[in-house]
Design a protein around this ligand. Structure first.
Ligand code: SME
Length: 166
């Protein structure tokens, strides 16, 4: 296993950074069956590579004991809410629809849950298991408005797609 996290090359583009981080996550979690370990690895590498733009980076996982409810999983950042019902806020919308939610202004998103009032924009990407069932969502919040774009969406979706495979 790698002893230290890789770091950005000078002049590395954001797209290239996502490719580098995805490879690193895949290498570290290969053969590791624990979803917690996989989510924790991704939260750590994303947060350390993209902080401070990534103000809060982590996972809400589908609670196996409750219908249609997310419970907080591994994360990096300030204190997160513990539970989010499907359909509530940005995470709940991603879980209910199975679609990435890119929100440039959280104040304009109906039902947004303000775990930390400094959050100004966010992106939430669904994580599916091998059967195509929703298993979790990756929530990245920024204290900067309009902090995420299509490159972030593509990069984060690629990482979520590899998380529960291999
Ligand atoms: N932003 C989320 C809530 C979770 S926290 O901010 C960590 C939402 O509205 O879904």
């Amino acid at each position: 296993m790698a002893e230290a996290m890789s770091t950005a090359e000078p002049g590395e583009s954001k797209a290239d950074a996502y490719v580098r981080i995805a490879k690193e996550i895949a290498a570290i979690v290969a053969g590791e069956p624990s979803h917690t370990a996989r989510y924790a690895t991704a939260a750590c590498l994303l947060s350390h590579n993209f902080g401070p733009r990534f103000f809060w980076t982590g996972f809400y996982v589908v609670d196996p004991d409750k219908a249609a409810e997310l419970v907080v999983g591994p994360y990096q950042g300030t204190l997160g809410c513990l539970r989010i019902p499907f359909g509530r806020g940005v995470c709940g919308a991603a879980a209910a629809t199975g679609q990435t939610q890119l929100v440039p202004d959280v104040e304009a998103f109906p039902g947004h849950i303000a775990c930390d009032s400094r959050t100004k924009s966010e992106i939430v990407v669904p994580v599916f298991d091998a059967d195509g069932k929703i298993a979790a969502v990756l929530d990245v919040d920024s204290d900067q408005p309009d902090a995420f774009d299509a490159e972030d969406q593509a990069g984060l979706e690629a990482i979520c797609a590899l998380l529960l495979k291999g």
